[in-house]
Design a protein around this ligand. Sequence first.
Ligand code: AMP
Length: 278
Amino acid sequence: MIIAKTLAEFTEAYGKLEHKSDVGFVPTMGALHEGHISLVERSVGKCSHTIVSIFVNPTQFNNKQDLATYPRTLEADCELLEKSGVDIVFAPRVIDIYPEEDTRVFDMGGLDNYGEGPRRPGHFNGVVQVVTRLFDIVKPAFAFFGEKDFQQVAIIKYFVQKLGYPLQIVPCDIIREDDGLAKSSRNTLLTAAQREAAPHIYRTICKAKELRKSMTPQETIAELTKQIDANSELETEYIEIIDADSLTPIKNWSDSENVRLWCAVYARPVRLIDNIGL
Ligand code: AMP
């Protein structure tokens, strides 16, 4: 496994790959856990080569404190990736990805109107900036993304089609802790009390499957919010029940055959997101 810490090092390592038309790519921000590794394993199983990027992308952080405290564990990450059969780890510097300021502004076709879009202004624009730049460098045939970031996968799929990238996006299931908490690099920032409270989020949102039999989507959201906020460590920022294709909220259960619930909950100052199919 080669660890490329500059674009020049990456270009050299990439040049030596035997099957350049069958590269699987897993973009990450590091602090890797089993969620990331599940994506890597999908890629290693499917593709001749696997490239993993580790880059904490400044343009997708709308909160300076979040960027400053984001965990960075490159050495441990590389050990995990080596064991998983990765060919190249691309851990570039900011100047390699943004040799000049990226001023591109993307029209998301309305896919950012709800969910994380309005709550994290500029976030998805930064995600599309970094992902398109990485696609241009890595030139993968397949790119693997976790449904943990449900809206992100939909937006990236949209841009792959719109911009004509010759690659396939492979969405991967959410990997959870035994207690149901979705694995996240940010979980390491929780206090012991918050970590104990955090599984309450997933346990509660799963109740929507039952509640939908007797409540409207709006009533379901109100009830789940009340139940999550009953835990003093947690504070719901939003819960939305959406059509998973258009990513817009539904008023009646019959409005969609592909219903998803997504949410963001604070265990301050950490912000946790999750989603489930209903
Ligand atoms: P990140 O490092 O947070 O940018 O995540 C890199 C990739 O790993 C993204 O495609 C995420 O959706 C995915 N990912 C993160 N956590 C999980 C998880 N618990 N299960 C599945 N995929 C995940």
